[in-house]
Design a protein around this ligand. Structure first.
Ligand code: ADP
Ligand code: MG
Length: 295
């Protein structure tokens, strides 16, 4: 019943290798963490794979509110009064649902999950069993697997959980997409601009990742937003999307919040975006009529 990369259709661009490794790890019954910066397609990949696995699939958003009670489940308070703590009135949370059904539990942004919740997860992974107060032990059925996505730049949580998590999981690193893949994603999500102009936008966004003042650059989400904002501005201003000033405005809006500078940097994100923009699109044109963006 196993699936292959081809089954994903054109929903996932590129990533043949990561998909192959993920499928192999799941086939082997391992738990998996996908680790990579925001926007590298972790959610896209996991959702596409999970949707085609022939097992129950339970999705959980990882955040500070994911308490052990929310993950494991709880006794229905109204019925506790009438019946006491009997197993029949226990409402399974996502973890128990996945364990009992032999399903795939998929947690987004694992590094944001509180420590006591992670501890419950860790037990379920290493023992295949969790102990729930007043309910007793629940064993995982065959097929139970845990897949999580996490972002190494969310520094708050990552160091705290890494050792225990890494010891119980296989890890697949997700780096930034290739320029070709980013171009295809751009074509898919933000289509209506000239191809050569979009290629420059991708070059600009990629250059944010290597600038010496920048700690974390923009992902392909910056490409998508920049192109969409530029298209809207072109409509509003009645000028071509390739106008130099329009492009800089769109780049500043789309990228200045995504570009995170080192604390030691004395520059502003706007300055860095402008410098990178000029490197790709040329200096500000002196000629009023020049809206081509070519230097
Ligand atoms: N390999 C890919 N194939 C198709 N779309 C992708 C791919 N990678 C990223 N995207 C697109 O880029 C955006 C961010 O991807 P997402 O999966 O949410 O990243 P992450 O979960 O790593 O933050 C989404 O709009 C998604 O559609
Ligand atoms: Mg995600």
């Amino acid at each position: 019943m196993s699936i292959s990369y081809a089954d994903l259709g054109d929903e996932v661009i590129g990533r043949e290798r990561e998909v192959e490794l993920l499928l192999a790890a799941l086939e082997a019954g391992a738990h998996v963490v996908l680790e990579g910066p925001p926007g590298t397609g972790k959610t896209t990949l996991l959702r596409a794979v999970a949707a085609r696995q022939h097992v129950p699939f339970i999705f959980v958003e990882g955040n500070a509110e994911l308490t052990p009670g929310r993950l494991v489940g709880h006794f229905d308070p109204a019925q506790v009064l009438a019946q006491g703590y009997t197993p029949e009135i226990f409402v399974d949370g996502p973890l128990l649902e996945a364990m009992r059904s032999g399903g795939l539990l998929y947690i987004e942004e694992l590094n944001r999950v509180p420590e006591e919740t992670l501890n419950v997860l860790l037990t379920s992974m290493s023992e295949g069993e969790v102990h729930v107060p007043r309910l007793g032990s629940v064993r995982a059925a065959d097929g139970f697997s845990f897949v999580a996505a996490m972002n190494p730049y969310d520094s708050v949580g990552t160091a705290r959980i890494s050792g225990a998590i890494y010891d119980r999981t296989c890890r697949i690193a997700m780096g930034y997409q290739s320029p070709e893949a980013e171009n295809q994603i751009g074509v898919l999500r933000a289509p209506e601009v000239p191809d050569d102009w979009r290629a420059k936008v991708i070059e600009l966004v990629r250059s944010t990742r290597d600038h010496s003042d920048v700690r974390v650059g923009s992902s392909v989400r910056g490409v998508i937003d920049l192109v969409k904002v530029a298209s809207a501005l072109a409509q509003a201003r009645g000028i071509p999307v390739t106008d130099w000033h329009l492009g800089l405005d769109a780049a500043t809006v789309a990228l200045s919040g995504r570009v995170r500078l080192h604390e030691s940097s004395s520059r502003t994100p706007e300055e860095v975006v402008r410098e990178l923009y000029e490197a790709v699109f040329g200096r500000e044109p002196k000629d009023e009529d020049d809206d081509s963006g070519e230097a």
